[in-house]
Write a protein that binds this ligand. Structure first.
Ligand code: MF3
Ligand code: CO
Ligand code: CO
Length: 274
C-alpha cells in the first residue's frame, strides 16, 4: 500500500493477538467468497460495494476498514471496498459503470474485527472469459504472490520476498509497480514494515516469528509507471496496459509461514511453482 506509520517499528504480535488476526483474516476472505457469484456482466462495482458493505456490517459484524480511511494527504476514502478494473492498478473507487464480459477486476477487502485488521484481494474474470493476455497476467500475478509467500520464514529477509516476485513477473515480460507495497497490519491498517514487491535477496529487515504483514503484488502487462485519477484514489497504469493484483495477510510462524486470509472459497495455491 502507500502510507505506513514511519514512527512505528515492526510490531511482534502475541499469541492472543495472532488468534484475533486469524479471525479477522478469515472474515476478510469470506467476504470475497460471498461476493464471487455476484461478479458477473452487468453488475456495477457500486452494487458490489453495497453488497459487501451490508455483508460485513450486518452478517459478520465487521467494520469495512476502507470507509472514510484518510491517510495524511488523502481525502477520506468514500467506499467500503476497492474495485480496480482492467488498467486500474489499485484503490479503484466503486462506481456506476457496469462490468462487462472479459473485464478483469480486483476486489480488495479489509475488515476490522475486535480492533484487528484482515486484508486480502483476488482477481475475478468477468463472464469467465478474458483475453489470453489478461488470463496470463492474472495467473502470473497469483504465482508471484505465492512465490513471495514461499520466501517467508524466520531468518529470511524482506528483500527475498520482493526478489522472488520481481524475478517471476519480469521473466514473463511483465513489470512490478513500485509506488505501492505490502505492509505490516494489526491494530492499524498500515503498519511497518513496507513490503516491496521488488528487491535483492538478503536485503531489508530480517523476519521474526510473530510479524504479520501483507504481500500484494501489483503487476502490469506493460510498463511499470502509474498515474492517479482526479478522484484522488484510483491508480491506473500510465500506458493504460492491464494490471493485476492478489493479496494475502501472512504471519511469520516459528517454522515458516501461516497465511491468515484463507477461507473455504480461496483458490488453491498454485502447484506448478516447485
Ligand atoms: N486494501 C488496500 C491495501 O491492500 C488499501 C486500501 S486503502 C483504501 O493496502 F482507502 F483505498 F481503501
Ligand atoms: Co494491503
Ligand atoms: Co488490500
Amino acid at each position: 500500500m502507500f502510507y505506513t506509520h514511519r514512527d512505528m517499528s515492526i510490531v511482534i504480535k502475541t499469541p492472543e493477538e495472532i488468534e484475533k488476526m486469524r479471525v479477522a483474516g478469515r472474515l476478510a476472505s469470506e467476504v470475497l467468497d460471498y461476493i464471487e457469484p455476484h461478479v458477473k456482466p452487468g453488475v456495477t462495482t457500486a452494487e458490489l460495494d453495497r453488497l459487501c458493505h451490508d455483508y460485513m456490517v450486518n452478517v459478520q459484524g465487521t467494520i469495512p476498514a476502507p470507509l472514510n480511511y484518510a491517510p495524511p494527504g488523502y481525502q477520506p476514502y468514500p467506499k467500503s471496498i476497492c474495485a480496480s478494473i482492467n488498467h486500474q492498478v489499485c484503490h479503484g473507487v466503486p462506481g456506476d459503470k457496469a462490468l462487462k464480459k472479459g473485464d478483469i477486476v480486483n476486489l480488495d477487502i479489509t475488515v476490522i474485527k475486535d480492533g484487528w485488521h484482515g486484508d486480502t484481494s483476488r482477481m475475478f474474470i468477468v463472464g469467465k472469459d478474458a483475453s489470453i493476455l489478461a488470463k496470463r497476467l492474472c495467473a502470473v500475478t497469483y504465482e508471484c504472490l505465492w512465490l513471495g509467500i514461499g520466501q517467508v520464514r524466520p531468518g529470511a529477509h524482506l528483500g527475498d520476498i520482493g526478489h522472488a516476485i520481481q524475478r517471476h513477473a519480469e521473466s514473463n515480460g511483465f513489470s512490478v509497480v513500485r509506488e505501492f507495497c505490502g505492509h505490516g497490519i494489526g491494530r492499524q491498517f498500515h503498519e511497518e514494515p513496507q513490503v516491496l514487491h521488488y528487491g535483492k535477496p538478503g536485503n531489508g529487515p530480517e523476519l521474526r516469528p510473530g510479524m504479520i504483514f501483507t504481500i500484494e503484488p501489483m503487476i502490469n502487462a506493460g510498463k511499470a509507471a502509474i498515474s492517479e485519477l482526479p478522484d484522488g484514489w484510483t491508480i491506473v497504469t500510465r500506458d493504460r496496459s492491464l494490471s493485476a493484483q492478489w493479496e494475502h495477510t501472512v504471519l511469520v510462524s516459528e517454522d515458516g509461514v501461516e497465511v491468515l486470509t484463507l477461507s473455504a472459497g480461496s483458490p488453491p495455491k498454485t502447484s506448478n511453482l516447485g
